[in-house]
Design a protein around this ligand. Sequence first.
Ligand code: PLP
Length: 455
Amino acid sequence: MTLLSVNTPTEELRRVDAAHHMHPFTNNSELEDKGARIITRAEGCWLSDSEGNRILDAMAGLWCVNIGYGREELSQAAARQMSDLPYYNTFFQTSHVPAIALSAKLAELAPGDLNHVFFAGSGSEANDTNLRMVRTYWQAKGQPERNVIIGRWNGYHGSTVGAMSLGGMKGMHAQGGIVDGIEHIDQPNWWLEGGDMSPEEFGLERARQLEEKILELGPDKVAAFIAEPVQGAGGVIVAPDSYWPEIQRIVDKYGILLIADEVICGFGRTGNWFATETLGLRPHIMTIAKGLSSGYQPIGGSIVCDEVAEVIGGVEFNHGYTYSGHPVACAVALENLRLLEEEKVIERVRDETAPYLKQKFEALVDHPLVGEAKIVGMMGSIALTPNKETRAVFAAEAGTVGFICRERCFSNNLIMRHVYDRMIISPPLVISKEEIDILIERARQSLDETHAILR
Ligand code: PLP
C-alpha cells in the first residue's frame, strides 16, 4: 500500500477514505461521489484543507477547540508526559500525578461543593458513568426503586448506549438499544414549539413538565434529571429566562439529583467557567469533556458534589475505563486550563468578544430569512424561516434549507453547522473582533445566496 500523507493528491485521499473509513453521523455512501473535505492543518480559528482553502472554523471543531488550534504548549505537554509516563491506570488503588493534579484543579474551578472527579475518555462515557453512578447512589442510600432518570427530547448526551438513551434524539432512538428506566420531557424551544405563549409563559410550562413527569412516575421513583444548560446539538436552544429557576425549584422540592451536562457549555463557552454559573444552577453532577482539553486529547469526566461522592465512596463502584484519567490526556487538559486561566481567555470572552459577537449576531435578524437569533457567550443560533411573523417552517422537509445554507457557508470558507433549519455557531474562544467581522460577513453572504436559491 502506498504511504498516504498530506501531499497525496486529494482525489486519492478521498477514494481511500470512502473505501475504508466509516464516518460518524454520515450516510457513507454519499462520500463515494462527492468525497470528504480533507483538513490538513489548523492555526487559531483557521483550518486549511487539501485543496489549499483557508476556512474560518465557527464551530471550534465539534464545539471543543476553545483555546484555538496550533498551541505548541499543548503538544509539548503531551510529548513530556509521553516520555515520563505514557500510560498507567487509576484502578486498584493506584494513581499518578497528572490525574491527581487535574482533579484538584477541576475541584478548584467548579462551583459549590463539586469537588470530586471521575474521569472518562469522552462526554458519552462520562454520561454513562452518571447513569450508573446515580442509580448506585440511590441503591447505596437504601432506595433502589429510585432509578428513573428524566432527560429531554432533542437533548444530546452522546452516542454510547446509555448516553444515547439519556438524550432525546429520536433518530438515534429509532435505531434501537434504549436503556430501560429513562423518560423524557419536551425541550424549551420557544421558536418552534411556543405557539401563542410568550417565551416566559412557555419556559414555565416546559419546566413544569418536569414536575408533572415526577408526579406521574411517583417522586420516590425518580433518581435524577439530566439536561444541557444550553442545548447544543439540538440547535443551540437557549431556554426562556423563566425556565431554569423553575427547574431548580422542582429538583429541590423532590430531592432528585440534577446532572448538568456541561460538555459543550463548560470551560468558558457561555462566558463563565461553567454555564451553571451563567444560569444560577446548583447541579449535583456536571458532565465535562470537549473544552477540558480543547479537543487536543480525548478526555471527559463527571465532577461530583461532596454528598454523592461520599455515598459512592462508601461502596465499591464497579465501573471504570482503561483510559479513565489517562496521564497524557490529563497533562494536556491541565496545560489547556493553565492557558485559559493565565491568558484570561474567559474574561475576554465575557467582557469583550462575546458582547461584540452578540451585537453583530443578533443583527442578523434583519435578514429576510432569519426569524430569531439567540446567543449566549460563544454559542449561538439563527432560525431560518419563510415567515418571521408566524414563525413558519419551510414547506420542504425540515433541514433542507439549513443544508443549503450550510453548503453555501462551506463554499464561502466558513464552517457553520445546521440542525434542521437552524444555523449554529460555536467558535474558538480566542476568536478576535476582526475574525468575528469576517464570520458575520460570510454568514450574511451565505444567507443571501441561500435566499437567492429559494426564490
Ligand atoms: N454531551 C453533550 C452536551 C454533547 O454535546 C456531546 C457531544 O457533542 C456529548 C455529551 C458526547 O460527548 P463525546 O462526543 O465526547 O462522547
